[in-house]
Design a protein around this ligand. Structure first.
Ligand code: GCO
Length: 450
């Protein structure tokens, strides 16, 4: 058995880890940072488990040097993080906060000095509260325009050193989940017409920002990060495969079809009984500008099988005892493989990054202080095998960023869920590399699944 050559990845494969500003930075009112919608939402009673907030989080704002040193120790070559808009523009527009820019500039320098290449997400949900108050946030086109202005400021400042950019992370979470389920900031249940308009305005913001980045830095690699709905064939039969393909297109269509084709899938809206958003002239051209890559966050998805109903498919619910993460999400690596295949079928050879993948586990600290998170090791191994298989089958998968570099504020779940390959002790801010961190480190070093 030639271990060295089994599950080996291409030489230029991107191995990284990901985080997001509100989840790790803390220092919520320091150095001129304005409030974000998450600062406000997390303070509303009952919205976040245990009343947790991101006020301190992992205190990364003060400890970024230590964190970058740890990344280097682990051999990470790439790091995805997000910039907090309210650090740069406390009011969302108008006066620029130099100290906010300095923080990210120093972070980028620290990373580059450690041989780690940054991928910056410009919006990972922490909208300046001022824009929510003044314009209803993403309910208004104005926010899309201001997002482009903010993007220009950040890219002018960091674009000489940062080559990879993601405009927006997971549109559904701060639009649909926020306004239908009231689970995410800014919250407040709204009707479908409003919700669909927030999705459109966010897509527009993506398009406007992409244009700005290309104007400022023509060489930059720019894309968007979407949470992948990943229906996959329950059985490997032609019928189930056809059903899964259809389900995949239907479920991701609201965002991926306009991004790739410049049109909304009217049929899909009709079937779901949903109003199409109001679109102005030129919007769809902006939204569908060519991206350099598409990035997915993938965690879990049930399979589908063929069904005699109006959809042509039905979801197969996994049994209660099926293996699940600490979020209660079934562990379904096969779904990732099929989504990569369907992307190739629908959108051709556009480079793909997995911008997040990982699991929450109820980690236990052993007596010797170590964290033997074998469940997370197994999770990573099985998902990486699927990535490898997809590449073998011709998919242009270019990179993988594990979620997350360290335990952090898991939105409505507060600090109760741990996704890190590094443990954070919140009372002391002590970092400890978990077994999964060591495993991932070795994967990177050997460029193969171990
Ligand atoms: C997400 C987010 C992350 C989450 C992770 C785990 O994009 O949903 O980008 O912030 O923490 O997905 O739920």
């Amino acid at each position: 058995m030639d271990l060295q050559n089994s599950y080996r990845f291409p030489g230029d494969f991107i191995w990284g880890a990901a985080t997001a500003s509100y989840q790790i930075e803390g220092a919520y009112d320091e150095d001129g940072r304005g409030l974000s919608t998450w600062d406000v939402f997390s303070r509303l009673p009952g919205k976040v488990r245990n009343g947790d907030t991101g006020d301190v989080a992992c205190d990364h704002y003060h400890r970024y040097k230590e964190d970058v040193a740890l990344m280097k120790e682990l051999g990470l070559k790439h790091y995805r993080f997000s910039v907090a808009w309210p650090r740069i523009l406390p009011e969302g527009e108008g006066e620029v906060n130099q100290k906010g820019l300095d923080f990210y500039s120093d972070l980028v320098d620290e990373l580059l000095a450690a041989g780690i290449e940054p991928l910056i997400t410009l919006f990972h949900w922490d909208l300046p509260q001022a824009l929510q108050d003044k314009y209803e946030g993403w309910g208004s086109r104005r926010t899309a325009e201001l997002f482009a202005d903010y993007t220009r400021i950040v890219v002018r400042h960091l674009g000489d050193r940062v080559k990879r950019w993601a405009t927006i992370n997971e549109i559904m979470c701060f639009t649909t989940l926020a306004h239908r389920e009231d689970q995410h900031a800014p919250g407040g249940k709204r009707d479908k017409a409003y919700t669909n308009q927030t999705v459109h305005n966010a897509l527009l913001g993506h398009g406007m920002a992409l244009k700005v980045i290309k104007e400022e830095c023509p060489q930059a690699q720019v894309g968007i990060v979407e949470n992948l709905m990943a229906p996959w064939p329950y059985y490997r039969t032609e019928e189930d495969l056809k059903a899964a393909r259809k389900a995949w297109k239907d479920m991701n269509g609201q965002r991926l079809m306009p991004l790739f084709t410049g049109v909304y899938d009217e049929e899909a809206f009709k079937r779901a009984g949903e109003p199409l958003p109001k679109v102005e002239e030129g919007d769809m051209e902006l939204i569908s500008q060519k991206m350099d890559y598409i990035a997915y966050n993938y965690y879990s998805h049930p399979p589908v099988r063929a069904a005699q109903n109006e959809w042509g498919f039905e979801l197969v619910q996994m049994p209660e005892a099926f293996s699940r993460t600490d979020m209660d999400w079934p562990i379904t690596p096969e779904a990732l493989y099929w989504s990569l295949i369907f992307t190739k079928e629908l959108f051709g050879d556009i480079p793909i990054y997995i911008a997040e993948n990982g699991m929450a586990a109820a980690d236990k600290v052993e007596e010797d202080g170590s964290i033997q998170d074998g469940d997370r090791v197994e999770f990573l191994r099985n998902h990486l095998r699927m990535c490898h298989k997809a590449i073998e089958d011709g998919v242009n998968l270019k990179g993988y960023y594990v979620w997350s570099f360290m335990d952090n504020f898991e939105w409505a779940f507060g600090y109760s869920k741990r996704f890190g390959i590094v443990r954070v002790e919140y009372d002391t801010q002590k970092r400890t590399v978990k077994e999964s961190g060591r495993y991932y480190s070795l994967v990177i070093k050997e460029n193969r699944v171990l």
